[in-house]
Ligand binder design. Sequence first.
Ligand SMILES: [Zn+2]
Length: 203
Amino acid sequence: MSQSDDGVAGVDNTFRKKFDREEYLERAREREEKEAEGKLKSKSKGPPVQRKPLKHRDFQVDLESRLGKTQVVTPVAPLSQQAGYYCSVCECVVKDSANYLDHINGKKHQRALGMSMRVERASLEQVKQRFELLKKRKDTGGLTVQDFDERILKQQQEEEERKRQRREKKKEKKKEKEVAEEPEIDPDVAAMMGFGGFGSSKK
Ligand SMILES: [Zn+2]
């Protein structure tokens, strides 16, 4: 009977807790009373928050845009400029990409986004549709035409957005430069030193 023959074969290991119905009924009653009281008290705080079920991420996670870049890190810099991955939702910094992925897939982050960790139960119809879609994909070597169009459109939008951000950054840098340079070069001093300005003020 027992797996080993070291003398414990005869021990009764079939013990089970005996369920005392009366006792547990009593306990349940007590608990319900307590809960009812608690509810009355906490009603002033408003209804409990109903969190939405988990949703697909509809954007690409950016893990690489700062790869290979050099950055001065000081302890007094704002969190978003510290070393590592910054989560603007939770206002925290995670040290590496693996932990960052864990974080944005994690309970705390999802809760901050208003989602519980529950996944919505798919209906039969949804499952059928999914199978249908996957079948079509197989026929066309992985992608439907619609998929393809969607992907291109999305990539174009993302590229557009990146360009826009780059332009804005450039503009800001230019402004900073102008502000920093202009008051420092006194035209008279510049003339005395033999370089008549940089083609800015003396025209
Ligand atoms: Zn977060």
